[in-house]
Write a protein that binds this ligand. Structure first.
Ligand SMILES: Cc1cc2nc3c(=O)[nH]c(=O)nc-3n(C[C@H](O)[C@H](O)[C@H](O)COP(=O)(O)OP(=O)(O)OC[C@H]3O[C@@H](n4cnc5c(N)ncnc54)[C@H](O)[C@@H]3O)c2cc1C
Length: 405
């Protein structure tokens, strides 16, 4: 294929913050020819359509809007010497490793010494939520809304209902404000807002009615949304609205890694990795939100950069051999990353990252071969980042979250 080299040292799939940070770092470390492949027409990932702050504190030392932040990351990667091919989708990951790529110019193959997957996440759509009623236009995810508002300058509705209260739902509120859209209500099936304080203050500040313990039972309308049916405590009521924004419930964009045969972790929805970001194929690494739902751009950027460092070591043949020391989890822990520990110096992922399966006040602990190595009391919420130090040594680690009696 024209413009796409047939062979590179490192091929990176996905030009979001994680992939662009990795490309910049690999070039800085003189890792050879670095190619970033991005299916969208423009590189930058999700922040391209998040026209609100704050992005960039960790990366550029100042608050930035998403699109400017995305452009700055692209400029940095290109200045470092990375090649970014946009409008090119990777459709298969094969042994070698080799990538099958497709674009308007046709189909081709890229062979690489190492591959980094940074394909990000996607939100669960209406179809994945089993909402009843008709199927009119005007039902969008936050990403879809942001694409229309910031990407195309459109105002898809005026009085939508927002379903969900994860952090991204507040990104949806800010996007609505930017476009002059006044949401009719915010609806959350759980008993409390999922996002961390102070995000929960936003609906009150903006006078947006918040319905906790409430489900979106059905959507009504023929061509366009005309109303929604809310269900709370067995009672149903109708609320007029001209759109629905279905937010959150992220899943890693893991089709490529699953079909490529990499060991999959059903708990995170992404590929299993060790502390170097190395998957079950030692020539394929992963970083960013593909590893788990869902982290901030700054976190994913840091992770891309750190995994790039481990890849440079791997290119020099100096990474410890892969190992199968698994991190066990018990109690209310939904997932843990990394899932395996090879043991060695300078890990790229230098903490165990976890999330709670449900709200729980209790004790988070790490034991190695049955001996407690670290512990702390905490009030866990499903979206809150929980970290423990990466265990040293060669024993069998286990993380546990026990709810207080
Ligand atoms: C709607 C929404 C709003 C958000 N708002 C915020 C916010 O306000 N602040 C914040 O910090 N975080 C926010 N996030 C989280 C955001 O995902 C991260 O901030 C960050 O973008 C993650 O970086 P990443 O590089 O892991 O993935 P992404 O930014 O998702 O980038 C992945 C890239 O991979 C590409 N790709 C995927 N598959 C292929 C393939 N097969 N071939 C080629 N390319 C491929 C995609 O097109 C995409 O460009 C938001 C997320 C969403 C979905």
């Amino acid at each position: 294929m024209a413009d796409i080299p047939a062979e590179v040292d490192v091929a990176i799939v996905g030009a979001g913050p994680a992939g662009l940070a990795a490309a910049t770092e690999l070039c800085r470390l003189r890792a050879g020819r670095v190619l970033v492949v991005e299916r969208e027409a423009e590189a930058g990932g999700v922040p391209r359509f998040c026209g609100h702050s704050p992005y960039g504190m960790r990366e550029f030392g100042r608050p930035m809007l998403g699109p400017g932040y995305a452009r700055a990351l692209v400029a940095r990667a290109e200045a470092a010497g990375a090649q970014i091919a946009t409008g090119v989708t990777v459709t298969a990951l094969r042994d070698g490793p080799r990538l099958t790529v497709t674009s308007d110019a046709g189909t081709g193959e890229v062979a690489a010494r190492l591959v980094l997957l940074t394909t990000g996440i996607r939100e669960t759509t209406r179809a994945g939520r089993m909402i009843g009623g008709t199927k009119p236009g005007g039902v969008l995810t936050t990403g879809g809304l942001q694409g229309l508002v910031y990407g195309a300058g459109l105002r898809p509705f005026r009085r939508p209902v927002i379903l969900g209260t994860e952090l991204v739902a507040f990104s949806a509120i800010l996007t609505c404000r930017h476009a002059g859209i006044r949401p009719a209500a915010m609806v959350e099936p759980g008993a409390r807002i999922t996002a961390r304080h102070p995000a929960g203050l936003l609906p009150r500040l903006l006078g947006l009615p918040l319905h906790l313990g409430t489900d979106l039972a059905a959507i009504e309308g023929r061509e366009r949304v005309e109303a929604v049916v809310l269900r709370s405590g067995g009672a149903e009521r109708r609320l007029e609205a001209d759109g629905v924004i279905v937010t959150g419930r992220f899943r890693p964009e893991a089709t490529l890694s699953r079909e490529g045969g990499l060991t999959y972790d059903p708990a995170t929805g992404g590929p299993e990795v060790d502390e170097y970001g190395r998957t079950s194929d030692p020539a394929i690494f992963a970083a960013g939100n593909l590893l788990r739902p869902v982290e901030t751009a700054g976190w994913c950027w840091g992770e891309g950069r750190a995994v790039a460092g481990a890849m440079a070591v791997a290119l020099a043949g100096a990474l410890p051999p892969p190992a199968v020391r698994r991190v066990a989890r018990t109690g209310a822990i939904a997932w843990v990353v990394p899932q395996r520990i090879a043991g060695g110096c300078s890990p790229a992922l230098d903490t165990l990252q976890m999330r709670a399966a449900r709200a729980a006040s209790g004790r988070l602990s790490l034991s190695v071969d049955g001996h407690e190595a670290a512990a702390r009391a905490l009030r866990a919420l499903p979206e809150r980042r929980m970290l423990l130090p990466l265990p040293a040594g060669t024993g069998s680690p286990e993380v546990r979250l026990e709810a207080a009696p």
